[in-house]
Design a protein around this ligand. Structure first.
Ligand code: NAP
Length: 275
């Protein structure tokens, strides 16, 4: 499993991680960790904490320092006291002393300055190793970055897959210029990978050459860029195994050109798409 730095001067993190919504399966998560997918993404929102509880169960027995655990604070908890309480509750459910990155799930009503200061407090208190955001467009990112006193934005987690490539023109350039990771959620965008479609056939053909499935090819396409990570969710062990392979292959220029042609990027109309 390839790794790369997560944010500026951040730790090396596997390019393929694991999502945990809808409710994940602890056995599948453990298998994923064994295969090197040690970046686990969760949120207080997922099943009202149930996803975090399952992650807590799944990571038992693994060395904490090998894991990269990310959770997210709901916008309704994004004020100073709310962030502190939310983070404490997440840590209890995850049965860990700290998260590797603490994100605001999306931008809500609380002034962004207050939220970012509250996230920084969690880093200062040792409860989070870094700060991130999710579903932030470049304008949100700029405001959020300006609000930070001591720390940087380590990542923006956005919907990014072969069907929805517009982050390449918006959030990705901001992240690259500011030393942040872009984390692709819903990275499979499943309907687009149907083997009965032209795009699905292109992916399958490339996959045959690399001895991986179409889904692994789709993930490899996203994470070929230096600062992009993906967090597919898989409850079925065969999916976990298939996704992990994406972290070991390197697409060549012809592969990339074929995928580009089959899944063209489009002009974004309206706000950053979310899921
Ligand atoms: P996804 O990972 O693109 O797709 C998940 C679906 O793909 C599941 O139905 C899974 O099936 C299936 N799948 C996984 N690997 C496969 C493979 N190799 N072959 C065929 N099917 C496969 O979408 P997602 O769950 O929406 O997103 C991933 C994670 O991103 C979430 O779990 C969550 O942690 C995060 N997320 C964040 C936000 C946000 O606002 N920040 C929003 C949405 C999601 P099985 O489960 O049956 O294996």
């Amino acid at each position: 499993m390839r790794t790369k730095p997560f944010g500026k001067r951040g730790p090396r993190v596997p390019v393929i991680g694991q999502g945990t919504w809808p409710i994940p399966d602890a056995t599948a998560l453990r298998r994923g960790i064994e295969l090197g997918m040690t970046h686990i993404d969760t949120a207080e929102m997922y099943g009202d904490g149930e996803s975090e509880r399952i992650v807590g169960e799944a990571i038992r027995g693994f060395s904490r320092s090998r894991l990269f655990i990310v959770t997210k604070v709901l916008p309704s908890h994004a004020d100073r006291r709310g962030v502190a309480r939310s983070c404490a509750a997440s840590l209890r459910r995850l049965r860990t002393d700290y998260v590797d990155c603490l994100l605001i799930h999306w931008r809500g009503e609380t002034p962004i300055e207050e939220t970012m200061a509250a996230l920084e407090e969690q880093v200062e208190a040792g409860k989070a190793r870094s700060i991130g955001v999710s579903n932030f467009d470049p304008w949100d990112l700029r405001e959020a970055a300006r609000s930070l006193a001591k720390h940087r934005i380590a990542c923006d987690q956005v919907m990014y897959n072969l069907h929805e490539r517009t982050p390449e023109d918006h959030e990705l350039p901001w992240c690259r210029a500011n030393g942040a990771a872009l984390v692709a959620y819903t990275p499979l965008g499943l309907p687009t990978l149907d083997p009965r479609t032209r795009g699905g056939r292109v992916l399958a053909a490339i996959g045959r050459r690399h001895r991986v499935g179409a889904h692994a090819v789709a993930l490899a396409f996203l994470v070929r860029r230096p600062n992009v990570f993906a967090i597919p969710k898989a409850s079925r062990i065969e999916h976990v195994v298939a996704n992990a392979k994406a972290g070991d292959i390197r697409l060549d220029d012809d592969d990339v050109a074929a995928i580009d042609a089959a899944f063209p990027n489009r002009v974004r109309v309206g706000p950053l798409p979310t899921n």
